[in-house]
Design a protein around this ligand. Structure first.
Ligand SMILES: [Zn+2]
Length: 262
């Protein structure tokens, strides 16, 4: 599977709106573990991911934490901050290194308020995120650690287009709200069943169908959300599909960042 490198939300916009955002964008590489938004803090920038994956995590006062959602190239990081003044309790970190177009938050905010086109896309994305958060909240309470781990692996693979993912067991435990020894036992079992290969912090999916047969029902619910998100494009045909942004809309130095689309 080729790693995708275009942002679906940007691609869904009119050329004029896309150009307005891209003209103010700075291409950035974001390493693993980078904190993009601290809990309760205002946003200085928004990020349209071109590759990689960001995680939204809630941390309790005793240090326990759990992931409540993940965002990849289907949306924009910082969208929730556009909706109102409430402090956002999640911490947003890069769980898989990637590249992004970084746009000043105030610029996105101005465009969000003035453009019905952009507003409808971003609101659809935020609604999508709210649905994922609700599903994962129930998943973390009801489904087994094995089901949650498989669901997480499949979601991470879908959002990045990658079959090989670099994650430590400690990190995985944090993501699915369990303990590291539990992840160790589950990973060993999945490996013995021929579903994954796990070596030195790298997980490789080797039997996706097998994983899908073992995952909880949440995965199918979440997977159906993205086509709904972009069905806005279905009537008149997708404006740009998953195509790269036109060369005229790229800021200088963007060629190597945009690369090729999925
Ligand atoms: Zn579940």
């Amino acid at each position: 599977m080729t790693p995708p490198s275009s942002n679906l939300l940007l691609s869904s916009l009119s050329p004029a709106m896309r150009d307005s955002l891209v003209s103010r964008a700075t291409p950035v590489e974001i390493p693993f573990g980078t904190v993009l938004y601290e809990p309760g803090m205002p946003a200085r920038d928004a990020y349209f991911l071109l590759s990689g994956l960001a995680s939204l995590v809630i941390t309790m006062p005793d240090g326990a934490s759990a992931e409540v959602s993940m965002v990849g190239r289907e949306g924009v990081l910082g969208a929730t901050h556009l909706l109102g003044p409430a402090p956002i309790p999640t911490m947003c970190t890069m769980q898989l290194a990637g590249s992004a177009l970084r746009v000043p938050f105030t610029h996105l905010q101005n465009e969000f308020q003035s453009s019905a086109d952009l507003r409808s896309r971003i609101l659809a994305h935020v609604q999508n995120q709210a649905a994922i958060v609700s599903q994962i909240a129930a998943c973390n309470r009801i489904h087994s650690a094995e089901q949650r781990l498989i669901r997480w692996l499949l979601m991470a693979s879908d959002k990045t287009g990658l079959e090989t993912l670099k994650f430590t067991q400690e990190y995985l435990a944090q993501m699915i709200a369990t303990q590291r020894p539990t992840v160790t036992v589950i990973a060993l079992d999945l490996q013995q069943r021929g579903l994954i290969r796990y070596t030195r912090g790298t997980i490789r999916i080797i039997n996706r169908a097998g994983l899908e047969a073992s995952v909880c029902s949440c995965y199918a619910v979440i997977k159906r959300l993205n086509p709904v998100l972009y069905q806005l494009n279905a009537g008149g045909g997708q404006r740009t599909g998953e195509a790269q942004m036109s060369s005229s809309s790229r800021p200088s130095g963007m060629g190597s960042v945009l690369g090729k689309s999925a």
